[in-house]
Write a protein that binds this ligand. Structure first.
Ligand code: NDP
Length: 331
């Protein structure tokens, strides 16, 4: 079946400016870390991508190592892109990253110029793209000079292989330094990609201030804590859930679902119901209440999860009483 995008796709999505750049991103983006590997059903992958784009999700987030096996998510995306999205290329923002181990030997990991340039070339081939919109350094490298890693990002932009650059998992202090180096090179930092959810709050302790002060955007990942911040684990572990899978590569495992965490989710689920939302929607709208957040990247194993999560945009304002109740439930 050929794909024709929903003509109404820009109707309900909200687009937020990324820092002080010219680029706007959808409040919800779609990530392909899990559910798009060689082990996943291709037609289902296609449907998830269609559900996203049909609802105004114009941003697809990848990395060299997403799969399994590493590289497979970029291959799956490339296949879907060629089959369904090619004519929409100028309506789509694709990001990829390098920073984790990809190939043997001293040039397949971390943050050298050698690794980053070679890795992006491989990613472009796998996806069948001439350029990515955003290229990230995936994690800080304590053993490579920051000037070299940022120099590689600057080079990649000058080569036309990426339009913008980002960093991920850098601390507030490392981010400030990266911003300064990139500014001196003339390729400003567009965005920081950070783990942020009701259960993981480190960005509130300095990073968001650094980004705001410097006009850099912020995009959150794992805002559902890989599915913990939904109502799916309140009565056990469903067979088709991530926690029941044995995907590896950092995927949620059963031992991540302690009684203590599930009890917190139970408390928050009641608050969500009072707000007319389900747990997942409240967890996502809680992130978007902060206008410094440009976007958040959802993951999805089914197309319906995309449509369900998008409903969070209907209510991302929280009263002080609601915020207090959430803090209490989290204690
Ligand atoms: P989430 O926290 O959004 O978890 C996604 C999972 O939550 C889904 O697979 C699904 O689980 C469940 N889910 C999603 N929507 C719903 C819903 N509406 N109702 C019920 N369950 C739902 O995100 P991820 O941890 O998957 O990360 C998202 C993206 O962030 C990644 O794909 C990647 O692009 C990026 N990322 C970046 C990292 C970095 O270091 N820069 C690290 C990790 C992620 P189930 O499979 O059980 O159905």
């Amino acid at each position: 079946m050929s794909y024709l995008a929903n003509a109404d796709r820009y109707h309900s999505m909200q687009y937020r400016r990324c820092g002080k750049s010219g680029l706007k991103l959808p409040a919800l983006s779609l990530g392909l870390w899990h559910n798009f590997g060689a082990i996943d059903d291709y037609e289902k992958c296609r449907k998830i991508i269609h559900a996203a784009f049909d609802n105004g999700i114009t941003h697809f987030d990848l990395a060299n190592n997403y799969g399994p096996p590493p590289g497979a998510a970029e291959e799956t995306f490339g296949k879907i892109f060629r089959q369904d999205l090619k004519t929409y290329r100028d309506e789509i923002i694709v990001s990829s990253k390098a920073g984790f181990g990809m190939w043997p030997g001293p040039y397949g990991d971390w943050g050298s110029k050698k690794y980053l340039v070679a890795s992006l070339d491989q990613s472009l081939k796998r996806m069948g793209l001439d350029y990515v919109d955003i290229f990230y350094h995936h994690r800080p490298d304590p053993n490579t000079p920051l000037e070299e890693t940022m120099g590689a990002l600057d080079l990649i932009v000058r080569q036309g292989k990426a339009l913008y650059v980002g960093i991920s998992n850098y601390s507030a202090e490392e981010t400030q330094k990266a911003i300064e180096v990139l500014n001196s090179l003339g390729t400003p930092l567009l965005i920081h990609q950070a783990k942020y959810s009701m259960l993981v709050r480190w960005v509130e302790e300095g990073l968001l201030d650094v980004l705001d002060k410097n006009g850099v955007g912020c995009i959150a990942f794992s805002s559902l804590a890989q599915g913990i911040l939904t109502n799916k684990y309140l009565n056990g572990i469903p067979a088709d859930s991530r926690a029941a899978s044995t995907r590896g590569n950092g995927a949620l495992e059963k031992n991540g679902l302690t009684e203590k965490i599930i009890n917190k989710v139970r408390g928050m689920n009641e608050i969500a119901q009072l707000r007319g939302q389900n747990m997942a929607q409240m967890a996502l709208s809680w992130i978007l209440k902060d206008q410094r957040m440009t976007s958040l990247i959802i993951g999805a194993s089914k197309p319906d999860q995309v449509s369900d999560s998008i409903q969070c945009l209907k209510n991302y304002n929280f009263s002080p009483a609601e915020l207090d109740s959430i803090e209490n439930a989290l204690k």
